[in-house]
Structure formats: C-alpha cells, structure tokens
Design a protein around this ligand. Sequence first.
Ligand code: MG
Length: 243
Amino acid sequence: MKKLIFFDIDKTLIDENYNPDRGLVVVNRLKKMGFDVILNSSKTRKEQEYYREVFGLSTPFIVENGSGVYIPDGFFPGLTLPERGGYLFIQLGVPYEHIVENLREVEGKYGLKYYANSTLEEVKMYLGMDDFLARLAREREFSETIFEFRDSGFVEVLSSRGLTCQQGSRFISVLGKTDKGRGMERLVELYKKYYKVKTFAVGDGKNDFPMFDVADESFLIGERSHPRAKNIHDLMEILNYLE
Ligand code: MG
C-alpha cells in the first residue's frame, strides 16, 4: 500500500511569513513513515521547484490550483507523456496569455490588480515576499492572482467566459476549469497503475476543498469547515492521526 499525502503550501507547509521550518519537520517525519509527500498548490512551477528543494522532495507536483501535473521523468517506469520544462506533463488548465487577455478587458471596470499589470515592486508589496520569491511567483503558466479589486462582479463575468475564480489563503486565483481535486485525481490515477494507494490531503483554504472531496482522509487547518475533513489548529497535529 502506497500512502500519498497531498499538501497545500501557503499557510499549511509554510507560515504567514513564508517560513518552512515547521513544515519541514512534518515532511521529514512523513517521509520516514513511508509517505509520498506531494505538493498541490496555487504556486507556480518555479516556486514549487524552490520548495521541492527546501522540503527535499522528488515526487510529482501539481501547480497553479490543479492547472498542471509535473512528473519527473522515470518516476513512473515506462510512462510516456508530453514534456514540459524537463518533466512529463499533464495540462488541465488554460494558457496564462488567454487569462490575461480576458483580465485586460475588465480590469478598468472592476479595479483589478494582478501580476501582469503590476511591477515587481508592487508584487513584493502585495505578497510580502523578497525579490527572489517574487520573481519565481511572476513566472506564471496557467493562472493569474487578483491582488486587489474594487467590485467582485468580475467573478461572474469571467465565469461566463469559461474561467473560474478560486479563493486561496491570501488571494483569488483566476484559471481554467480545473481545481486541486482534479489535479490530484489525475495523479492518483497514474499511481494506481503501479500501486494500491491510500490518499490524504492537508490544507487551509477554500481552494483546498476539492482535494478534501476526493481524498480518503483530509485535514483542514483553521476555522473553516468541510464535511469530509478533520479540523486541526496546527500542522503538527496531523502526526497524531497518522503515526
Ligand atoms: Mg493555503
């Protein structure tokens, strides 16, 4: 039996100051217990490559809220898929340029600020990130992030154009018709060709709910509630349930 645990990053594996120390303790413990630890975040490939180093991970990972699944070549023996960025790749979202084209048309009316119409300095201010992390966050492939808006009417307009808006820990993401649950399902399907699996999911935001819908066991950090997830107040608590 292969145990797969899917993690949100923001305010789950890293804290509000982007500190990964406590996440690292949990990840190391889970790895020793035989779990495959899998990142499933709104973050970009470049950001997740950074966090894969931080957490010492060589597993597949799911980017930009279920928009794409990156699989290191050779991870699944004999698997062939299209390549992107040096990985095997499954695309579930839509190209970034398509999203930005749509946002440009409505940004004035709804007072939208997002990566493509912000300077690096503005991005650093919105995110509270240093130069290095902000540059990685700007390398977007399949989703935009709304930092600021005057009127939430843009959500309906974008949805009439086939895009979806999802609330994360900090901001709203705009992307194609996918979510973290769909990305997770696609990766689990691949695992099931090779192993019997049991799946776990951990997150704090509304955009993590689709993972909780499909995982065998889920953990929700904080005060939100989901019918299939156990509420915990601190990431470390998952070890009480999993050890
Ligand atoms: Mg989060």
